[in-house]
Every structure is written in C-alpha cells, then in structure tokens.
Design a protein around this ligand. Structure first.
Ligand SMILES: Cc1cc2nc3c(=O)[nH]c(=O)nc-3n(C[C@H](O)[C@H](O)[C@H](O)COP(=O)(O)OP(=O)(O)OC[C@H]3O[C@@H](n4cnc5c(N)ncnc54)[C@H](O)[C@@H]3O)c2cc1C
Length: 510
C-alpha cells in the first residue's frame, strides 16, 4: 500500500519511519531542500546559527519519551549536553542577601532547593512545596507509549496507573498556580521579583516551569551537540535506511480528492503523484485552507481559524552573531532588564534582552569563537510576512536597523571582550520561519496552550467527509514541540496499521 506524505519535518519523517517499519511504501514531498522543518540550523560564514532545539524531552533513559526516540534514533550514540543552570535572570529592583541582582535557576533540584532556602529560609513552606511537586512529577513520568498489551500486562499497568493518583492530585492542585500566584506566597522580595520575571514578566502556569525542571534534573532534556539540523538529519538517515524516499524542493500545491476520497498530490510543475493514502505532516492552515481549498472544514476548524478557541504560538525574531572570542566565562543563557523599553519593528515591546551563548557546543563555531543568539518571541508574525511580501527593500532595511540596535545592546552588556570581534550578523524573522516551513503566522510550536491544560486536542488526525486522508504535526496538540511532533507521527502510523488490520511493530534503531 502506497502512502504519500507532505513534509519532511520531524513529524513527517517520524510517521514515515514507523510506516516503513510496518511494511507500507512511503514517499515524502518536501518544499525545502533539507529535512527537519522547524528543527533546523544554518551556516553563516564559519558559524552555525541554531534555530531550534534548546532541549529535547526524552534525551536520556530517565524519561519515557526516550523509548520512543530510541525506536527512531540510535540515542546512545548521540551526545546531549545537560546544563547545570537553566537560565540566569537579573531582576530590576531587588538584591539578594549577597547583594546580587542575579537569580539562578539551577537544573539540579537538590541544588535549587538549597539555593532558594539559603536566600530565604522564611519561605521554607512554599519552597518545599515547589520542590516536592517536581519530585512527584519525576516519580510518575507519564507513559507516552500506550501499546495494546496482552491481558495480564494490561492489568499490571492498570494497577500501576492507580499510583498516578498522587500525580493527578498534584496536577489538579497546581492547575491554577502561576509564577505570579506562587510569587505572592513568598516573603522574600528578591525571590518574589525573580519568579515574576522568570518568563519575561508574563504570567505562566507553574507547570511550565516545574515540568521541564523535573526533566532537567534527571538529565532527560538535553541539547543535541551538533545542533538541530544535524539532529534532524539523523532522522532523515533512518527514514532512508528503512526504504523511504524523499522528494526535496517539491512543494505540494493541492491534495487531489475524488468523491470524498483523497487520491493524490499535485506538486511543482503540475505533476501528480497518486497513492492509496495521503498523510499531511505540513502546516495545519495550509493543509485545510490551501491544499484542500477549505472544503473539509467543520465548525471546530473554522473557530480555530478565526482564533476563537486558541491563539497561535509565538513566532520568533532571532538575531545571530558569530563572535571571535570563546565567551567561556559567560553563562550560556541569561536575561537582563534594559534601561529603556525596546520596541520591535512589529510593535511588540520588550524591556529585557535574552542572550544565548552556544559556548557549550564546539561544533557551531571554529575553535576560540562562538555563536550567540538573541531571540524575541512575537505574536505579530503577519507583520513580517506581509512586509517581506509587499516591500522587500523596506523589509531588509527594517531588519538591518533592528540588528544594529541589538548589536549595540549586546556590546554594551558583554563589554570590551567583543569589541571589533563580531564577524557575522544573521537575522531570521517570522517571515523566514514562514518562508522555509510554511507555518501559519510563522508559529514556532503550533497552538499556544489555553488556560485549560487538560482540554482535548483541537486538531484531529482525520477530517470530516474525507477518506484516506490523515494529519499529523505539532498543530495536533497545543504547546507543540518535538516530542508532540514525533508522538503524533507514531500515533498516526499506529492508527493506519489498525485501520488496515496490521499489527503495529517497531524496530529499534542501531
Ligand atoms: C526557535 C525555536 C525553538 C524551539 N525550541 C524547541 C525546543 O527547545 N524543544 C522542542 O521540543 N521544540 C522546540 N521547538 C519546536 C519544534 O521545532 C517544533 O514544534 C517541531 O519541529 C515541529 O515539527 P513538525 O514536523 O510538526 O512541523 P514542521 O517542522 O513545521 O514540519 C513541516 C514540514 O512540512 C514542510 N511543508 C510545509 N508546507 C509544504 C508544502 N506545501 N509542500 C511540501 N512540504 C511542505 C515544511 O517545509 C516542513 O519541513 C522550537 C522551534 C523554534 C522555531
């Protein structure tokens, strides 16, 4: 049975791998010339600028996602870097008892607990609760892989699942807790300001902080040395080894449908590729409203398009620098307040700068040099996409002026150490994200999670009234990210096996 897949992003490659393992004949059609989609990095001069993975959930056996990654990649032979510190944040108003304005978010939970208690023994109760919630999460790592087990194994799993009640208790307890509500419980002014500022002054659910920390502590959310594209290329290699075929530089224009059955793909130069099943692992909006001309849109999809249900995840404006200095003495990731508000060309206001120094990945720059990235997350993706489309000259000017401004701020902060040492300046905007990956509004992770973290998935694998068609990508689950992209890829492959009465099998990568 033949399956045509749209998109060689991580979800498309992953679905392709599992379908190949299960005896289907698949071909992927990809508009770009490389694999990975959003999971990417690019070369500028001697430097590699990374455009994606700061951490990959399941990078070590400490997480159940590791099992899934290991079905796809030879994880033991991929080097991951685990940071001791997640981020260093300078607060604006308060100092800690040592006279420092810098809050350090350690990744080792024991170290973090000691650090917080030392700074504020009077806050022992909320600090201990905060730490305990992470320890509980660690004990009950959610099993993402739900295979159809034989009776006794299923029964045993059921018994084990009742132990999840403690996890559920904590989950419900923290459901409405945010960094702001947690900060209010703290007596220590420095810690209070630190927690409020932890997400750029935004209010986020406390689970957004504690869930990743519980993984960092177990060293199961590492950064892949070599960068994101090198990581995606490993997935591409596995897919090809399993017998898959990829057509690069082949944008899909339309999904061809006859009498409610998906039949084939219309690609570049009006070539048609027929197949028994079509799987789109490309952007959700493109798939429904362009490739299928909006013909299979129910009220749910229309509400999503009208942004009545969820917001689209932030896009990103990323200024990369190649610097002729190793910057080994700087933290790898830090944030500090600015003296004056910074207005992005799209109108987004920032009053801080966040600098990411890749001084822990020697493969991204020549010896003694380093790549540095300053990122701004924005909801104004369309501003950049429209500007590039309507006025290319102005787009370039705006980019350059903004990059100059940022260079000035970076120089001010890093000081003389980088004076005259900036060799490369690279600017990627939401228009870049859109151009290379087609993600609607330049979204970096699909949908932004809504208030209800337990809400059902907004985007289904299938479409009403359309046979032999499936959909899988980070748009399936709010929050997106690589684990969601591969989990949906696996789930859809399993579903296709079930529909075709095939037992789903996996073959571990070696
Ligand atoms: C700056 C940044 C930082 C991130 N950090 C992390 C992180 O630390 N950890 C993490 O887990 N996730 C992170 N993410 C998110 C993660 O990269 C994405 O959620 C994930 O890669 C999405 O994969 P996907 O396959 O679902 O979609 P995509 O990557 O969008 O893949 C879709 C593919 O379809 C192709 N395509 C689209 N339209 C067509 C067409 N018409 N014809 C042919 N091909 C088409 C695209 O070119 C693309 O290759 C980050 C993303 C960004 C941008």
């Amino acid at each position: 049975m033949k399956i045509n897949i749209i998109g060689a992003g991580m979800s498309g490659l992953c679905a392709g791998c599992y379908l190949q393992m299960n005896g289907f004949e698949t071909e992927i059609f990809e508009k770009h010339s490389i694999p990975g989609g959003l999971c990417t990095s690019w070369k500028t001069g001697d430097y590699t600028i990374d455009g994606c993975a700061h951490w990959i959930l399941g990078s070590d056996a400490g997480s159940s996602f590791y099992k899934m990654w290991s079905e796809l990649l030879d994880m033991k032979n991929i080097e991951f870097h685990n940071h001791d510190v997640r981020v260093e944040v300078d607060v604006r108003h308060n100092v800690n008892k040592y006279g420092s304005k810098t809050f350090i978010l350690y990744t080792d939970i024991n170290v973090l607990e000691k650090y917080l208690l030392d700074l504020s023994p009077e806050d022992e109760k909320p600090i201990k609760e905060f730490i305990r919630s992470m320890r509980v999460m660690q004990k009950f790592d959610l099993p993402p892989i739900m295979d159809d087990l034989p009776f006794f194994q299923a029964m045993w799993r059921g018994i084990k699942m009742t132990r999840y009640l403690e996890f559920v208790y904590w989950f419900l307890k923290l459901k409405n807790e945010t960094n702001f509500t947690f900060a209010k419980k703290l007596k220590n002014k420095f810690l209070r300001e630190s927690f409020e500022f932890l997400y750029d002054g935004y209010e986020v659910n406390i689970l957004v902080i504690t869930m990743p920390l519980s993984c960092f502590d177990k060293k199961s959310a590492g950064y892949p040395i070599g960068g994101s594209l090198a990581f995606a290329e490993k997935m591409e290699k596995r897919y090809l080894q399993l017998g898959g075929k990829i057509h690069y530089k082949t944008p899909v224009k339309k999904i061809l449908v006859e009498n409610g059955v998906a039949k084939g793909l219309l690609v570049r130069n009006n070539v048609i590729h027929n197949s028994d099943i079509i799987l789109s692992a490309a952007d959700w909006h493109f798939t429904l409203f362009d490739a299928l001309d909006g013909k299979f849109v129910d009220k749910n999809a229309q509400d999503l398009k009208d942004l009545k249900k969820l917001e689209v995840f932030y896009s990103v404006l990323q200024i990369g620098f190649g610097i002729n200095a190793d910057l080994k003495d700087f933290p790898h990731f830090f944030r500090f307040p600015l003296d004056e508000k910074l207005v992005l060309p799209d109108g987004t206001i920032y009053d801080r700068l966040e600098i990411h120094i890749y001084n822990y990945d020697p493969t991204l720059a020549p010896k003694g040099k380093v790549s540095v990235v300053v990122s701004f997350y924005t909801k104004e993706g369309d501003f950049w996409i429209d500007l590039r489309k309507n006025n290319r000259v102005k787009y370039r000017e705006v980019k350059k002026d903004f990059a100059d401004k940022i260079l000035h701020l970076v120089e001010k902060r890093l000081g003389t150490i980088i004076k005259d040492k900036v060799e490369v300046i690279d600017i990627a905007t939401p228009a870049t994200v859109y151009r290379y990956t087609n993600n609607w509004k330049g979204s970096t992770q699909g949908w932004l999670p809504g208030k209800n973290l337990l809400a059902a998935s907004p985007v289904d694998f299938t479409l009403p009234g359309l046979k032999n068609f499936y959909y899988s990508s980070h748009w399936n689950q709010p929050g997106g990210g690589l684990p969601i992209a591969i989990k949906t890829g696996r789930d859809i492959a399993k579903h296709i096996c079930k529909i075709n009465k095939k037992k789903f099998i996996t073959v571990a990568a070696k």
